[in-house]
Design a protein around this ligand. Sequence first.
Ligand code: ADP
Ligand code: MG
Length: 236
Amino acid sequence: MINLRNVRKFYGALEVIKGVDITVEDGEFAVFVGPSGCGKSTLLRMIAGLEGIDEGDLVLDGKRINDVPPDKRGIAMVFQSYALYPHMTVAENIGFSLSLKKVPEAEIRRQVEGVAEILQLTDYLDRRPAALSGGQRQRVAIGRAIIKKPSLILFDEPLSNLDSALRVQMRAELQRLHRELKATVVYVTHDQVEAMTMADRIVVLNKGLVAQEGAPMSLYHQPQNEFVATFIGSPK
Ligand code: ADP
Ligand code: MG
């Protein structure tokens, strides 16, 4: 479904992605995990089209998309800091991209209600973001992303601003969402526990390189190098 082939990225003279090969299969929940600064956000931003790729190929469903603009990729991205529009209701926030596309009001309402049901926001559609909890706001941000029916959803540390109890609850919700939407997910985190509990496949990154990839248990039991053994084996 999505392939990165020998992908490199430089910021000036600094090489931050150093020749990365990654495949994520259709429908998978893939987690890219690694310490701060290893290049996770840069990789996601390249997949989304928010950063250019200096070398290598980005292939989506067999088609090279290096030069396809972000809004033509069918990819949605949910960020860690999810700026909602404060003056709009939950329903207006979720439906915003459809109203930009001049979709009729009744159709927007129908789609917003469908998304709200999946995200358990049905009772909050008329509220403004200030009247929501952190977890509810995060769900609105996810709603904004999924209403466009992306085939691939990218999450960049979406739970790191939430307290730990809510983080545990949201992990389960995101997994349920993944099952219901049948979308492919690439989820970035620096949190090993999050990676181990959520992923079908984990890609461990270190200093702009793939340290190892595989199913969570295979990384845990057969780490191929000391970095993976230490990083996966010693949760915080
Ligand atoms: P992560 O998300 O894993 O914490 P990033 O992808 O944000 O890592 O960053 C990878 C490396 O690239 C870091 O060394 C970071 O300082 C550097 N970097 C990220 N964005 C920029 C930028 N716009 N200009 C220069 N260096 C950057
Ligand atoms: Mg980051």
